[in-house]
Design a protein around this ligand. Structure first.
Ligand SMILES: Cc1cc2nc3c(=O)[nH]c(=O)nc-3n(C[C@H](O)[C@H](O)[C@H](O)COP(=O)(O)O)c2cc1C
Length: 168
C-alpha cells in the first residue's frame, strides 16, 4: 500500500492539472506511488487518511476563499494530520500574478494568507507549501493563465525529495 495520498479540491480544473504533474514527477522520479482523491467527488469526499504518512493537499482559491471541501478536509482531519507530513499547495491567480510580476513581497504575503494563516486556524503545520498560479475563466478569462510549470515541477521535486529521503 502507498504511504502517500494527494487530496484536492478544484473549481475549474487548474488544481487537477497541477495535481497530475506533481504525481507524475513523484511517481516517475522517486518511484513513490501516490493515491489520488478528489474531495469534490461525493464517493470520496471524506477519505480515510490514517494509513498514510504523507498527505499532499491542493486547493483552489477564488472569490477570496478556499474551495469549501479543502477546509472541510482540514477540519475533519486536524487530529490525524498533526502526526503526518503535510504538504499544501493552492491554485491562486493572485499569487500567480505577483510571481509573474516578480513582486516577491506580495507573493510571500499571499502564500501566508492562502496557506499559513489557514493552517494556523486548525493548529496545523506544513512540511512544505507552495502557492501556484492559476487559470482565470469566465468573465475573468482575459487575465489568462499564470501558472509557471517550472515552479510546479520544482515543488513536486522538493516534495518527492522529502518523502523519499533521497536527492532527486
Ligand atoms: C470568479 C473568479 C474569482 C477569482 N478570485 C480569486 C481570488 O480571490 N484570489 C485569487 O488569488 N485568485 C482568484 N481567481 C483565480 C483562481 O485562483 C484561478 O482561476 C485558479 O485556477 C482556480 O483554481 P481551479 O481552476 O483549480 O479552480 C478567481 C478566478 C475566478 C474565475
Amino acid at each position: 500500500m502507498s504511504n502517500t495520498i494527494l487530496v484536492y479540491a478544484t473549481r475549474w480544473g487548474a488544481t487537477t492539472e497541477a495535481t497530475k504533474e506533481i504525481i507524475r514527477i513523484i511517481e516517475d522520479k522517486f518511484e513513490i506511488k501516490v493515491d489520488l482523491v478528489n474531495l469534490k467527488d461525493k464517493k470520496t469526499k471524506n477519505p480515510e487518511i490514517t494509513p498514510y504518512e504523507n498527505v499532499i493537499l491542493g486547493v483552489s482559491v477564488a472569490k477570496f476563499r478556499w474551495a469549501n471541501e479543502g477546509k472541510r478536509f482540514l477540519k475533519n482531519n486536524r487530529d490525524k494530520l498533526a502526526g503526518k507530513k503535510l504538504f499544501v499547495f493552492v491554485s491562486s491567480g493572485g499569487a500567480g500574478d505577483a510571481y509573474k510580476a516578480n513582486d516577491m513581497e506580495k507573493y510571500e504575503k499571499l502564500q501566508k494568507r492562502w496557506i499559513d494563516y489557514i493552517l494556523e486556524k486548525y493548529n496545523l503545520k506544513y512540511t512544505s507549501r507552495k502557492a501556484l498560479g492559476g487559470r482565470y475563466v469566465g468573465s475573468y478569462s482575459d487575465r489568462g493563465d499564470n501558472r509557471d510549470w517550472g515552479v510546479i515541477r520544482n515543488w513536486a521535486e522538493e516534495v518527492g525529495t522529502i518523502i523519499s529521503g533521497k536527492k532527486s
